[in-house]
Design a protein around this ligand. Structure first.
Ligand code: ADP
Ligand code: MG
Length: 572
């Protein structure tokens, strides 16, 4: 029996639905991309399940998506023969949002529609985008493997609640019926729909079909006399190329297509900064398409945030967010990996143990680092955008990925005394190129903010001698230099730590002066030592300072102030 029930939306779902209805009207047409991509995901899931249950696919093996419209009724219908949903799944998937980071996302919403629209873009607009153009949505669906009386009808025409009931449904898969709003009736139009599908869904791997345009009345051949006019079954044709984009040769894929595909895999609204598409044959056999976003996700620093690549094995979709193929410090990378080496029945657990996983991870890591290096060389401005967004994450690299330390080091950008500006735009190679004769170290100062770093008394002698110092003011910096140790054979040296050693950059004159100061201050130093006894480890005369009378220095082995603060915050 039908058993029709009304349900209220989960709070988060309600909020998202509300936003969908009220803030995305400037970019209406994306609803079709979302619904087609859901249909395509449903086909992927069915193919995946049919690996162990071939009968699921067998009854209707040609996976496809169909789009139909009715101008008079003002409806638009998207039908797939994918995995479908059971009653419980419908309630779970269409009535709640279970994605990780949902709460954090909701907190960031500002009420400013423009800003929020951008945020939703990052979060993924998804199914509810249907309500940008429709005031009522019907979903008819049947889970693959269930009987025809296990069909489900979901219906929603407002922000508050939806209903579900069981219905007879003849076939596997899902049909979404949009009852278009008055101002969205334009979408019940063949030409318009075809152009949107071309634009957003050309690279969907299965056919997106529409009815063949019938010739206008009059052009049709008249039925010969005596011959009965038979109603022909409507004929569908594919509107998209229906070939997975990454399987095509690089030379045949246009930039525009790469960009659209990026939006599909990343849920981003904007174009990516750059990408790298590669087919690898030989010991390993895989195709990868990796993108660098032009925008940082809202959950970049959240431990449980979804990350990773879309994984396919021999063109069969296996999973989203396969995080095993890139290190954590490259977690902003989006894209696809299609492997011919991994088994089709691969799971996250198997992935962790498979030898190929590490080999691919190491190859993809290099690929990303090379792609960034190339971007830095080709277009400094674009690279600067990247650094401003993700520099702090890249700085996690030396600690996590010892093997690629040199490659990562070349990607780093710093604020230094060379420009004395806050912008982090100087590379270590730049720094080394400007080192003084005899200078052995790469000097840096750590501080909480740029103004403090720049006016640090520790810098006085360096400024006087024209020796460049890196101005480190990010939270991760002290921890990060601790793992860098050196670049190009030159050790990193904190200007605030230990005795001042300018190496061979110290001239004879400097040396004479230092010795003179040390001798002359002997008595004074002794007095200060007495006064401060038990509160400091040592008192020394120094030529480190030019204008300031005194400064505190931590010893070489001690933690710096930033590190102390981090540990204090962690309750240690
Ligand atoms: P996402 O696709 O990012 O998971 P959506 O809001 O687009 O989020 O969809 C929510 C969920 O609803 C999907 O994860 C899927 O489980 C289910 N769903 C949506 N459309 C379909 C469909 N055509 N066939 C089967 N399941 C679907
Ligand atoms: Mg979706």
């Amino acid at each position: 029996e039908a058993h029709k029930e009304s349900h209220g939306f989960q709070t988060e779902a309600k909020q998202l639905l509300h936003l969908m209805i009220h803030s995305l009207y400037s970019n209406k047409e994306i609803f079709l991309r979302e619904l087609v991509s859901n249909a395509s995901d449903a086909a992927d899931k069915l193919r995946f399940e049919s690996l162990s249950k071939p009968e699921l696919l067998a009854e209707d093996p040609e996976l496809r998506i169909r789009i139909e419209f009715d101008k008079e009724e003002g409806t638009l219908t998207i039908t797939d023969n994918g995995i479908g949903m059971s009653r419980d799944e419908v309630i779970e998937n269409l009535g709640t949002i279970a994605r990780s980071g949902t709460a954090a996302f909701m907190q960031q919403l500002s009420g400013d529609q423009k800003k929020d629209a951008h945020l939703i873009g990052q979060f993924g607009v998804g199914f509810y985008s249907a309500f940008i153009v429709a005031d009522k949505v019907d979903v008819f669906t049947r889970r693959a493997g269930l009987e025809s009386d296990q069909g489900v009808h979901w219906e929603c025409s407002g922000e508050a609640e939806y209903s579900v009931e069981n219905v007879d449904w003849p076939s596997r898969g899902t049909r979404v019926v949009l009852h278009l709003k008055e101002e969205a009736k334009e979408f019940a139009d063949g030409w318009r729909l075809r152009s949107i599908i071309k634009k957003y869904s050309d690279h969907i791997a299965i056919p997106v079909q529409m009815l063949k345009e019938t010739p206008a009345a009059g052009e049709e051949a008249p039925a010969a006399e005596g011959e009965e006019k038979v109603e022909k079954a409507p004929e569908f044709e594919a509107v998209n190329a229906a070939q997975a984009l990454w399987t095509r040769p690089r030379s045949e894929v246009k930039s525009e297509e790469y960009k659209e595909f990026y939006k599909l895999v990343s849920h981003d609204f904007d174009d990516p900064l750059t990408w790298s598409h590669n087919r690898v044959e030989g010991k390993l056999d895989y195709t990868s398409l990796l993108y660098i976003p032009a925008r940082a996700p809202f959950d970049l620093y959240q431990r449980d945030a979804a990350r990773g690549l879309k994984l396919y094995v021999q063109r069969t979709f296996i999973m989203d967010d396969a995080e095993q193929f890139l290190p954590l410090y490259l977690r902003f990378v989006k894209g696809v990996l299609d492997s011919n080496d991994l088994p089709l029945n691969v799971s996250r657990e198997i992935l962790q143990k498979d030898r190929n996983t590490d080999a691919i991870k190491s190859a993809l890591t290099k690929r990303v680092l090379d792609m960034l290096d190339k971007l830095a060389k080709k277009d400094a401005d674009e690279y600067q955008k990247f650094w401003d967004l993700f520099g702090n994450v890249i700085k996690e690299g030396p600690a996590e990925d010892f093997a690629n330390k040199e490659k990562v080091a070349k990607l780093l950008r710093f604020a230094t005394t060379h420009t004395d500006a806050e912008k982090q735009d100087q590379s270590l190679e730049d720094y080394v190129g400007r080192m003084k004769d005899g200078q052995k170290n790469i000097y840096y100062v750590c501080a909480d903010n740029f103004a403090t770093a720049k006016s640090s008394p520790y810098l006085e002698v360096f400024r006087k001698k024209g020796i460049e110092v890196l101005l480190l003011t990010d939270q991760v910096d002290e921890w990060f230099v601790g793992h860098m140790h050196e670049f190009d054979g030159k050790p990193f040296q904190d200007v605030a730590k230990g005795a001042l050693d300018l190496g061979e950059a110290e001239t004879d004159e400097d040396k004479a002066e230092r010795e003179k100061v040390e001798k002359e201050s002997g008595a004074l130093v002794e007095r200060i030592k007495e006064v401060l006894e038990g509160r400091v480890e040592d008192v020394r005369a120094t030529t480190r300072l030019v204008d300031s009378p005194a400064c505190l220095v931590v010893s070489e082995q001690d933690m710096g102030p930033q590190m102390r603060r981090i540990l204090e915050q962690a309750g240690q």
